[in-house]
Ligand binder design. Structure first.
Ligand code: ATP
Length: 764
């Protein structure tokens, strides 16, 4: 095709588009629903469900062209809406024909430029309810690269931003907008060069603020629309600073759309985004449940120390299911994943958390999407992510709120599919079950009793794995501490109260993680009957013997917990930290990149854990450390794990014989008891020495006083002798007594030396 001819075609296209836009604008204006109205139920709507869609759409368009505009507020299908042909074609291609309830209710209002506050159950199609109006708005405005940023969509995590951008790519397939999810892929430098040419930006608030701060000429002065997905979370205090900063940088005159399954109704929060006469579209408000209708939910009361046994037994009984498991911290996810992988349940295992590279996360999501497997995840996966055919959502750790519960279980039973969920709650967290069952929560959850006879006990196997892989023992300790910390930091003290847990339940929990001793918990102290010794590393069995009550150490506040090292992920518990993904990049529509298959990154990272220097600088020697936990060093000065020697003894088989583990534990206990006896004897001896010293001191003092009296009344010779003896540190002025004095002095010196030696041993 020659150049002039191409120009003609382009001109014709432009004219056609201009005509279409004129028509659409007239249609939108004339047929818009009244403010505050909801669409009638589908059966009463203008379009009969069995109508031929294309014929119907043609009829509507013909009507609009003839100046008779149909009211589109009651439509049930996408092609009955005043949408551009390009959008309609893309929707059809993606097999989106019938609208979901939220789409039917929100799209007519959003298309005519109103602000929308949309709420609908998880998996009900909220993404399309904002993607379509964005594309249509920019199309009708004839937006081009030279117009800059036309719309910003904020999402709490990079993964969700990537997923939303995928929907934009699908629906905007035949349009020519530029845009992308600003997620950690390319460097910030590359982003800075291109960001001003993007029409649609999907990103986390933190990343956008970074561009406002650092990218020269980053300009959003033309912005037409702002969308907040997971709006309640976006307006939560964790994102408050960033969202407020963004709002202060964008035009006040704009259209704003807010969507979430658990929508905020706080006037204060909504005022921050300055909505103008918003349409509150809450399609499931009158529904009897807040969760999807096809979701079967149950809860089990499981003691802390039985959770892993329960999870293992559950997985073993559902080997053909796709299971998503939620745990409360990165450490727990890593630990459970690594341990279960070594124990080989017979189903592929995966793990996902915010510390992974974005590409790795993407690869894992893609794999999980396609295969039957078990995915262990933090709450980074709790909101918004759309994975097909998840059979089970298992919440091993209690969610921080009802809202988070709803989002977690919402990863299954999506868009009319069926799904099941199970939550383990410790007896100490039973209040959560009451809250879930409360009428106002609208969660149809059943309590189920655990089948104890079917429970596989795996703590011995875990202990064996820890013996063989000493790095995992360190990880286990951290998993233990971060779990307790996560409970400690929760705000809802009705549910999360560490003081309800007994010291022996901590010990049993540590034991269930295969740990031979209970790791030190800095933020917990013990009541009077518990000695300081028990706050340090304590032998599990010993603790189980003596029932002790724990209490939260009032000296420890949140700030003190904040310096727990670089890999402590509990400072903001249960909130996926979007800004952990600060090294983002642009994923462009024109250059779709294949997700990296490099799933080894995590294990590499895991290997690093062991050699990463701790931030806790001071090396404290724990006098009360039980036997068998002393740090030994190899020839090169590297610390050897206490049980590593056992690993060498037992060889390289995958699972070490249980007898050997029990034998080692028994040995450790015996050694500890012997050590304890020795300690006691030494302690008794040192007390005796001290008493003796005190006695001697008193005796000396009395003697000196006597001397002073005799000095005052004594002869010259006596005085001289006395002075001489004082110079030699002899305290007796009688020559007969001099011999005795020497003997006593020697004894004293010996005793002093012994006491010093003992003190030295105690502190050494
Ligand atoms: N009209 C439709 N027809 C068919 N499938 C649809 C339709 N709308 C959405 N879906 C599909 O439903 C699934 C869930 O949609 P989406 O992720 O938008 O739900 P959501 O309401 O945003 O959920 P969440 O609250 O968990 O974020 C997606 O796989 C999407 O492709």
């Amino acid at each position: 095709m020659g150049r002039p001819q191409r120009r003609v075609v382009a001109k014709q296209t432009r004219l056609k588009e201009a005509d279409e836009i004129r028509l659409l604008e007239a249609w939108i204006d004339a047929g818009k629903p009244l403010p505050g109205t909801k669409p009638p139920p589908p059966s009463e709507s203008s379009a009969a469900a069995d109508d031929d869609a294309r014929a119907n759409a043609r009829k509507i368009i013909a009507k609009a062209a003839a100046g008779e505009y149909s009211e589109y507020g009651a439509c049930t299908r996408f092609d009955e809406l005043p949408l551009s042909q390009k959008t309609k074609d893309a929707l059809r291609k993606a097999r989106y024909t019938e609208m979901s309830e939220i789409q039917r209710a929100a799209l007519p209002h959003a298309l005519c430029g109103r602000d929308v506050l949309g709420a609908a159950k998880t998996g009900s199609g909220k993404t399309l309810a904002f993607v379509i109006p964005v594309i249509e708005k920019l199309y009708r405005e004839r937006w081009g690269p030279e117009d800059g940023v036309g719309c910003i969509i904020l999402s709490p995590t990079n993964d969700l931003a990537g997923q939303i951008w995928d929907v934009f790519r699908k629906v905007g397939k035949f349009h020519s907008f530029s845009g992308g999810a600003i997620v950690k892929r390319t460097g910030i430098k590359e982003e800075k060069e291109r960001i001003n040419s993007l029409n649609i930006i999907v990103c986390t608030p933190g990343r956008l603020v970074q561009h406002f701060d650092e990218t020269p000429n980053f300009d959003c002065s033309n912005l037409q629309m702002l969308v907040l997905d997971e709006a309640d979370q976006m307006l939560h205090r964790d994102f408050q600073f960033q969202v407020d900063a963004i709002i202060s940088q964008i035009p006040k005159v704009r259209q704003t759309l807010l969507f979430s399954a658990t929508q905020t109704k706080s006037i204060k929060d909504l005022a921050r985004v300055s909505l103008k006469n918003p349409e509150y579209v809450s399609v499931h408000e009158q529904a009897s449940t807040a969760t999807p209708d096809n979701l079967e939910q149950c809860a089990m009361i499981v003691p802390l120390e039985q959770k892993l046994n329960m999870l293992w037994s559950f997985i073993k009984r559902h080997l053909k299911s796709k299971i998503l498991v939620f745990l409360s911290s990165v450490k727990q996810v890593k630990f459970v994943y690594e341990i279960f992988k070594k124990l080989r349940p017979g189903v592929p295992l995966k793990c996902m958390h915010g510390r992974m590279k974005y590409e790795v996360q993407q690869a894992i999501v893609a794999e999980f999407n396609e295969s039957t497997s078990v995915l262990f995840s933090t709450d980074i996966f709790a909101r918004g992510l759309d994975i097909g055919n998840v059979d089970w959502v298992v919440q091993v750790d209690c969610p921080e709120s009802i809202a988070l519960y709803i989002h977690r279980v919402g990863r299954t039973a999506r868009y009319n599919r069926k799904g099941k969920s199970l939550i383990f709650l410790c007896p100490e967290e039973e209040r959560m079950l009451e809250k879930l069952k409360a009428t106002e929560s609208k969660i149809p959850i059943r309590s189920r009793k655990p089948k104890v006879e079917k429970l596989e006990q795996i703590s011995q196997n875990i202990a064996a794995v820890l013996v063989k892989f000493p790095n995992l023992q360190q990880l286990g300790k951290r998993a233990f501490v971060t779990y307790l910390k996560s409970v400690y930091l929760q705000r809802d003290k009705e549910v999360f109260d560490l003081s309800r847990f007994s010291a022996e339940s901590f010990a049993a929990y540590a034991s269930s993680l295969g740990l031979p001793v209970t790791p030190k918990i800095r933020f917990v102290s013990h009541k009077k009957n518990v000695s300081k010794k028990d706050m340090e590393d304590t032998d599990v069995k010993q603790m189980q013997k003596n029932r002790k009550v724990i209490e939260i150490n009032p000296q420890v506040n949140r700030e003190m917990l904040a310096d727990d090292g670089p890999d402590d992920d509990i400072l903001k518990p249960k909130m996926p930290n979007a800004d952990a993904n600060i090294y983002d990049g642009i994923e462009d529509v024109l250059y779709p990149k294949m997700p990296s298959r490099d799933t080894n990154t995590e294990s590499e990272k895991f290997e690093e854990l062991a050699i990463r220097p701790s931030k806790k600088k001071k090396l404290k020697i724990n006098m009360h450390r039980p036997l068998g936990t002393r740090v030994k060093y190899d020839d090169e000065g590297n610390a050897i794990d206490p049980l590593a020697s056992l690993a060498e003894e037992v060889g390289s088989d995958d699972v070490i014989h249980k007898d050997k583990i029990s034998q080692r534990y028994a040995e450790m206990l015996r050694e500890m008891q012997e050590d304890d006896k020795e300690d006691k004897a030494q302690h008794k001896k040192s007390l005796h020495e001290k008493k003796l010293q005190k006695k001697m001191k008193l005796k000396r003092k009395r003697q000196e006083e006597t001397d002073d009296v005799s000095e005052d009344s004594g002869s010259e010779s006596d005085r001289g002798r006395n002075t001489a003896s004082k110079g030699k540190k002899k305290y007796f002025n009688n020559s007969d007594e001099d011999d005795n004095g020497t003997k006593d002095g020697d004894l004293l010196a010996q005793q002093e030396a012994l006491a010093l030696k003992l003190l030295g041993q105690m502190h050494g």
